[in-house]
Design a protein around this ligand. Structure first.
Ligand code: NAP
Length: 504
């Protein structure tokens, strides 16, 4: 088996892994290797190719601050354009030269004697070992599809497609289709399927709050101005950012202040649906903001179509031919689309990353849920930096902003520990605990805690371990500099030092 030595192994080539590679290279730290199981850059934006896939953060904010794009074609970008953007940025910075695609990470183990990570991969199917001083885990929370655990689903005789693993060859035209789920992915794919399906059943367990989506194409004159008027793009980014932060204040500290948002959502229902019964069925019963607020203009009109039925009776089982609900009704279908989200708090990747004493992330997080210090370092996992780690997710603005905050922290960690000759950096247990106590304390009055809903923000014990509460600029300030005092550090012992010490 071949072994490669690098200073930094970056797992994942999505927004966070790519950003890490660019920022490290710009800081002169270019002994790194990016590893990704796919064929190109993009992560979730490469994998989610279902019809209608798009971002609900405006284009100008949903991009790197250091790689702004004056050519966005619309105010909200769709998946193909974001995917192209990410790959164009990677090309511009020539990150592909230091990236291995079609490379599956099957294990990452911390070696305390050597103060190195051993990352085992399968590259085009062949086993390779990579030894790295630091691992950057840019694996993303929205990458492992969550397949619903419904009785009989494995015995379904038709086709089953998860939104994040779309079958682009399957022709939905004229088919009988069932969609399970009414989250962010479902509300985008359903209107597209509704246009072509013979019949479409939408299985709703919980109705979401949905505001209108003010998406429009940019005029050529606007794109000209984005390119040529100095500061214009920054001004637009700043305006969108500030408006979103106001929503964060309501979500975290004063859920009642979100009542006007609820009124807008109710107006959206009223405009989109004529039937009073259907209006009632799609009106949520929890506080707005508790689950992600969705954006759509065509969800409600689609449910109002004659070839579309909204089914609110719980699913009892899936048979060989279709879906049966608790009231005993059987609806036969050709294809089931599962828009049931991702393994966020229980990602399979947590099983294969093992720190001190061989304990996996899944093991250390099994009793009290996911925890990290500043979403980045985990006690027991020295020299590993997580991007979009625990308590960094957002319900109101661009994750790219959070990623860039973490990149500042990452680069400062690499620079400071190298300059100080440090070889092992482990966050102190007390620092991590104090930090997480504060996060949980901030969450106590938030809409996610008090709003009366279940959501993927919570783990199996109902603890919110994936969300950042409050303003994102607070997180930016927290991660501006690597605060070495929060860490136990050990000097570097280079292999050449070892050789001279033993006279070899
Ligand atoms: P999601 O928000 O987790 O929604 C999953 C849906 O499936 C929910 O409606 C859920 O119902 C339902 N469900 C799950 N298991 C079920 C079961 N066994 N039986 C019946 N229904 C079941 O997943 P998602 O829509 O893929 O979105 C995940 C996240 O990805 C989003 O929150 C967002 O952060 C991101 N995303 C963003 C965009 C965008 O920017 N526009 C688009 C897509 C995804 P319950 O509500 O009752 O649990």
């Amino acid at each position: 088996m071949t072994t490669h030595d690098v200073e930094i192994a970056i797992i994942g080539a999505g927004f966070s892994g790519l950003g890490a590679a660019i920022k490290l290279a710009q800081a002169g730290e270019d002994d790194y290797l990016v590893l990704d199981r796919g064929n190109d850059f993009g992560g979730t934006w490469r994998d989610n190719v279902y019809p209608g896939a798009a971002c609900d953060v405006p284009s100008h904010l949903y991009s790197f601050s250091f790689a702004q794009n004056p050519d966005w074609s619309r105010s909200y970008s769709h998946q193909p354009e974001i995917h192209r953007y990410i790959n164009a940025v990677a090309d511009e910075h020539r990150i592909g030269e230091r990236t291995w695609f079609r490379t599956d990470v099957v294990g990452a183990d911390w070696d305390d004697d050597e103060a190195r990570w051993t990352v085992r991969v399968e590259r085009d199917g062949a086993p390779v070992t990579i030894r790295a001083r630091t691992v950057v885990a840019g694996i993303g929370p929205l990458c492992e599809p969550n397949l619903p655990d419904i009785k009989g689903i494995d015995g379904f005789g038709g086709t089953i497609v998860h939104t994040a693993r779309w079958d682009t060859d399957y022709d939905f035209a004229g088919k009988r289709v069932a969609v399970i789920g009414t989250g962010a992915s479902a509300i985008q794919v359903v209107p597209q399927l509704g246009k072509v399906a013979g019949h479409l059943d939408v299985y709703q367990r919980t109705a979401p709050w949905i505001i209108p989506r003010n998406e429009r194409p940019y005029l050529a004159a606007e794109n000209w101005a984005f390119k040529n008027v100095p500061g214009l793009q920054n001004l637009i980014r700043g305006t969108i950012y500030t408006a979103n932060e106001a929503v964060a204040a309501g979500m975290t500290f004063a859920p009642k202040a979100l009542k006007p948002v609820e009124a807008i959502c109710r107006g959206n229902i009223f405009r989109g649906i004529r039937d009073p019964q259907l209006r009632k069925a799609v009106t949520p019963t929890f506080a707005v903001g508790c689950k992600r607020i969705l954006k759509s203009n065509d969800w409600y009109p689609t449910l109002d179509r004659t070839n579309v039925d909204l089914v609110t009776d719980p699913i009892a089982e899936v048979t060989e031919t279709g879906v049966v609900t608790a009231d005993g009704t059987a609806r036969d279908v050709d294809v089931i689309v599962v828009a049931t989200g991702f393994h966020v708090t229980d990602s399979p990747a947590f099983e294969v990353i093992r720190g001190v004493g061989g304990k996996s992330l899944a093991q250390v997080w099994s009793s009290d849920g996911m925890q990290a210090y500043k979403g980045s370092f985990v006690h027991g996992f020295p020299n590993m930096v997580m991007l979009v780690g625990p308590s960094t997710g957002l319900g109101h603005t661009s994750m790219v902003y959070m990623i860039e905050s973490q990149l500042n922290y990452l680069v400062d960690y690499v620079r400071k520990t190298r300059d100080a000759g440090i070889g092992r950096t482990e966050v102190k247990r007390e620092a991590q605990d104090r930090y997480n106590d504060k996060v949980q304390h901030t969450l106590r009055n938030s809409v996610w805690e008090t709003g009366g809903c279940a959501s993927w923000y919570k783990d199996v014990n109902g603890k919110i371990t994936s969300l950042w509460p409050g303003f994102t600029f607070t997180f930016r300030n927290n991660t501006r500099e690597f605060d070495m005092a929060a860490y136990d550090v050990t000097p570097r012992v280079e292999s050449t030092d070892l050789a001279s010490a033993t006279g070899a």
